[in-house]
Write a protein that binds this ligand. Structure first.
Ligand code: ZN
Length: 198
């Protein structure tokens, strides 16, 4: 245990995901030796996050404006919607350069044991997008794990109400049990181009 604020810093860093006690200590001492201007930039960003991050009113991803860059881009095909769990999945799919449509971020996956049901996800928003826009294909790209599979199954059932809609899922080959973002670009790109109708 260190005294005072140094230990507080290590404790706070250690609460971050993926940061163990040793990393927390290393980062803390890195910050202690940093230029005050660097620390101020970090503090400013954290303050901005604490003040609230804006989400796109259409797709739900992190955005600087009411509509995100992708939803504002007229070159992106509005007839195709790729459904993902989290904003980080949008980035993972963008990195593959396979997709030229738009996204819909659910904000998580169905997980009844943790109290996450359909009402906690942006499913109603998805259905109203499909009803009002000219959407021809919905690509379900939830994570390849139990919650992601359950969410995909639920969505497929809900989307049966739209007779002219093609619903596809990413091809298998993604590492099971993980996050979309853990798949390398090539694997994710292949799973995307090899998506199959469900
Ligand atoms: Zn958007």
């Amino acid at each position: 245990m260190y005294e005072g604020v140094v230990q507080d810093l290590i404790d706070e860093l250690g609460r971050l995901p993926g940061v163990g006690p040793k990393s927390a200590q290393r980062i803390a001492f890195h910050l202690l030796g940093s230029d005050p201007a660097d620390i101020k930039r970090l503090v400013d960003v954290l303050n901005a996050v604490a003040a609230g991050v804006q989400f796109c009113e259409v797709c739900g991803t992190v955005s600087e404006q009411e509509r995100c860059r992708i939803c504002r881009d007229p070159r992106r095909d509005p007839a195709m919607i790729c459904v993902v769990e989290e904003p980080k999945d949008v980035l993972a799919i963008e990195r593959t350069r396979e997709f030229k449509g738009r996204y819909h971020v659910l904000g998580g996956a169905l997980d009844p044991l943790s109290g996450v049901g359909p009402d906690q996800l942006r499913i109603r928003e998805l259905l109203s997008r499909i009803s009002s826009d000219e959407v021809s294909e919905v690509i379900i790209a939830t994570d390849p794990n139990t919650e992601g599979e359950a969410t995909a199954t639920y969505l497929v059932r809900m989307l049966r109400d739209f007779p002219n809609l093609t619903v596809t899922r990413l091809a298998s080959g993604l590492p099971m049990g993980g996050d979309l973002e853990f798949a390398d670009e090539l694997t994710l790109g292949r799973a995307f181009s090899g998506r199959r109708q469900v």
